[in-house]
Design a protein around this ligand. Structure first.
Ligand code: RP5
Length: 165
């Protein structure tokens, strides 16, 4: 039987998927099951409300929501659920320069936080979600520690490389 998803990854359009796939991939590296769907704040508002209202009961621990342009999906989902929401601003075809997506997700009113990552930074959203799961899952915690070590080793290698040039 497939593992129950702990992270819900949603995005406003399939056109966001090339960016959002980075979150799917890193979560799979950490061995965390996720559920991926297209949920649009503007085009499927009822689906968005249902998704957000039932996310906790469906066993999700974190929601990653990505959208571009007038990116209302992460904030609207956060307004309904008590789960942590990580927002990914996507530089989409209807983004002016990406700032519209960033600010729509970042500038939430007090009381309704969205943990906003950098433009197109779905990988970081996945890592942040894994870190939340890692607070109560020791296997994930161990994988995160190994990941941090691998980052250190990468920089150490760069340092050796530049010194030998
Ligand atoms: C947003 O509009 C979506 O999240 C996407 O980033 C953008 C463009 O959507 P499509 O026109 O490609 O469906 O709501």
């Amino acid at each position: 039987m497939a593992e129950k998803p702990l992270v819900g990854i949603i995005m406003g359009s399939k056109s966001d998927f090339p960016v959002m796939k980075d979150a799917v991939d890193i979560l799979s590296e950490f061995g965390i099951a996720c559920d991926v769907d297209i949920v649009s704040a503007h085009r499927t508002p009822e689906k968005m409300m249902d998704y957000a209202a039932s996310a906790y009961d469906n066993g999700l621990k974190v929601i990653i929501a990505g959208a571009g342009g007038a990116a209302h999906l992460p904030g609207m989902v956060a307004s309904v659920t008590t789960l942590p929401v990580v927002g990914v601003p996507v530089k989409s075809s209807n983004s002016i320069d990406g700032w519209d997506s960033i600010l729509s997700i970042l500038q939430m009113p007090g009381g309704v936080p969205v943990a906003t990552v950098a433009l197109n930074a779905a990988k970081n959203a996945g890592i942040l979600a894994a870190q939340i799961i890692g607070t109560f899952d020791s296997d994930v915690q161990d994988r995160l520690k190994a990941y941090k070590e691998s980052l250190k080793e990468k920089v150490a290698q760069m340092s050796r490389d530049i010194q030998s040039e």
